[in-house]
Design a protein around this ligand. Structure first.
Ligand code: PEP
Length: 248
């Protein structure tokens, strides 16, 4: 069965003071270890990992290079993330695709590099408003899944997560209705079963796009929605905890 997660994407937010407050608040809470993940800015990953001795979160990155090492000024390698014991990397977020021109081919190369370093990739896919309005949602999303996973083999030890994030719902306050989201998640599930007949049923598919404490329950009631990838609502400890409780 697919596991459930809440993954917080802090984007370019949270300074040291704010993250100390966040973790301080969570120390008082009971959290199931393993299901709750946070991706801070690169510079805070190590600090957050050190805090996991008191708060059982998994810490990861919002992006990384597809290269292992060498002359790539300004890049962060998946091997260096593995070295500091990061757990996962978000790849292909719509902001990376739109603002940094990341192609499906580059994202695929990153997925392989991340898995080669025993980190868990969270592959993000999603359509723009224009694509939804011209009935291209399913084609666009399944194309991103297929190309993002091109040549990716999954062994018994390998873990991978897909996040469906309609671009028009990210940071806009407009959530896809649970039915709209489930329709796409069900399509992704079929594609995963076709690509990976042995384990496609067990790959977690998260929904992202204005997930909040007041809409999480209806979203996760859907059979193929296995939790959320959350931006804004993951910045406040109270909201993040409310989302975690819904999954717990
Ligand atoms: C995101 O950035 O992945 C996201 C879903 O953001 P928000 O929850 O703020 O819409």
């Amino acid at each position: 069965m697919a596991k459930s997660y809440i993954v917080g994407n802090w984007k370019m937010n949270q300074n040291r003071h704010e993250l100390n407050e966040f973790f301080g608040h969570l120390e008082k809470e009971e959290l199931n270890p393993g299901n709750f993940w946070i991706a801070p800015q690169f510079i805070h990953i190590q600090t957050c990992i050190e805090k996991t001795n008191k708060v059982p979160l998994k810490i990861g990155a919002q992006n990384c290079s597809d290269q292992t090492s060498g002359a790539f000024t300004g890049e962060i390698s998946p091997s260096s993330l593995a070295d500091i014991e990061a757990h996962f990397v978000i790849l292909g977020h719509s902001e990376r695709r739109a603002l940094f021109n990341e192609s499906n081919e580059l994202i695929n190369s990153k997925v392989k590099a991340v898995m080669g370093n025993k980190l868990v990739p969270i592959l993000c896919v999603g359509e723009t408003l224009e694509q939804r309005e011209s009935n291209e949602t399913m084609n666009v999303v399944l194309d991103q899944v297929t190309k993002g996973l091109q040549g990716v083999k999954l062994g018994a030890e390998d873990d991978i997560i897909i996040a469906y994030e309609p671009v028009w719902a990210i940071g806009t306050g407009k959530t896809a209705s649970p039915e709209q989201a489930e329709e796409v998640h069900a399509g992704i599930r079929e594609k995963l079963k076709e690509l990976y007949p042995e384990c496609g049923e067990n790959i977690s598919i998260l929904y992202g796009g204005s997930v909040k404490p007041n809409n999480i329950d209806d979203l996760i009631k859907q059979p193929n929605i296995n939790g959320g990838l959350v931006g804004g609502a993951s910045l406040k400890a109270e909201d993040f905890m409310a989302l975690c409780r819904a999954i717990n």
